[in-house]
Structure formats: C-alpha cells, structure tokens
Write a protein that binds this ligand. Sequence first.
Ligand code: IPE
Ligand code: IPE
Ligand code: MG
Length: 247
Amino acid sequence: MNSNAFPADMILPAPDEIPGHIAIIMDGNGRWAKKKLLNRVKGHEVGAGVVRTMVRTCSDLGVSYLTLYAFSTENWNRPKMEITALMMILKNFLKTELQEMLDKNIRFQSIGQIERLPEDVQQRLHETVEKTKNNSGMVLNLALSYGGRAEITEMVKNIALKVRNGKIDPDDIDSDLISNCLYTKGLPDPDLMIRTSGETRISNFLLWQLAYSELFFTNTLWPDFTREELIQIIIEFQGRERRFGKV
Ligand code: IPE
Ligand code: IPE
Ligand code: MG
C-alpha cells in the first residue's frame, strides 16, 4: 500500500488483507443527471471522473485486480445517441488516462464482445493494452459490451468444439477448465463486488466468477461515489467471515 497517497489522519484498511480483486457495477449516472436536471450524458461524463479516482485509489491501496462494468451487452439497447456519447467518453478516458496508467505501473485489459465496439474504440483499446502490457502493478480490467450469459455461451461452444475435435474428453471438463475458457482467464475470481445506485441485482455481470464474492450494495449514485466510501466498504469487507461452504 502507498500510504503517502492518503491524508495522514485517514483511517485505512488493514494493508495485509486488501481484497485482491475488486469488481464494481458502476450504476446510477442517469439518475444522478436527472436529479440535477441535466442530460444523462453529463452523468456519464462525471462518472468517468469517478472511474479515474477509483483506479488511482485501488492502485494506491495495493489492489491487484480491478474490474469495472462500463457497458453491458444489454446496454446496446439504449438510444443511439447515448451509446455514441458513451463510446466518445470511453475513447477520451483511454487517451487521458494512459499516462496515469504508465506512471502507476497499471496493466490495462478488457473483457466482453469487443468486436461489437466501433473500430476507433477497438483501436484505442488495443493501443492501451499494448502500451501497458509490460506493467506489473494493478490490472485494470474494463468490462465492455460484456454479458455473463454471452461469456458462458461462448465458453460452452469452445469446449463443445474441443470435445468434437477429440482435443478433450468430457471427463476433462472441470471448473478450472471452464474458468480458463472465460474472458477472465488468468484472473482470480473477485473477492469483493460493489454495486452503486441502490439496485440489488447483478445485471448479467460475472455470473460464474461471483460465486463466492462478498457483495456490497450502496445507495450512492456512481457520480457521487468517493474514495472514502470505497475505503469504508473495504474495511467492512475485512470484517466479514468468508466460509466458502466450510464450518
Ligand atoms: C451506469 O449508469 C452506466 C452505464 C450503464 C453505461 P446508468 O446509465 O445505468 O444510470 P441509471 O441506472 O440510468 O441511473
Ligand atoms: C449495469 O447497469 C451495467 C453497467 C453498469 C455497465 P444497468 O443500468 O445497465 O443495469 P439494469 O438495467 O439496471 O439492470
Ligand atoms: Mg443503470
């Protein structure tokens, strides 16, 4: 943990029990904007600033993996104008945050049906992955055009093909093989999952991977989410007993 990044009087989580992988459903941008009589897009813009804060905070706390749900497969059903604005914000974010990722030794990657994103966004994603690929600090994993059911469907198809081609036997299929056929291959399952905005559902996020994650729901809308609240949640997480089915 980089304690210098925090005010001296701030109560911080125990450094030896920082969750290795935090996953966040960043929800509530639209309602935040509506409350302020602003356009939904303004909510997404302010939300992108909060992403910046959370990436920095998690990296400073010593989190190893941060997965952020930025756009779901279902979000393709939103008005075209909102989707276009979200893609612009994403592209800008990748551009403005590259230096910060390099400075903080952050490795960038994404999960989801990336091929459905506009070409220029795909290009920018590719560049960001390339430029940060040798970094050894926190992994920032953006879930984009991501859906847990689509991910599982693809995994089943891949395994079925391998069986048909005689590469594997049905008896070889176990939970490690399945994990290795998901977009999140190589990442540990999230220890902690947070959803903002008061909704208490998963909305097709990491269906397989959240099996034993600790879940936290806060009423705070994403643009109002602060590093203080994140730290509060991590401290509460550290007080929970994770039993994994044992006594
Ligand atoms: C989350 O905020 C951002 C995305 C899903 C892209 P929303 O846009 O879902 O905000 P609400 O839920 O309408 O308030
Ligand atoms: C979940 O939020 C997806 C993201 C935060 C990217 P939604 O706002 O799309 O979820 P629902 O529609 O409320 O379930
Ligand atoms: Mg929402």
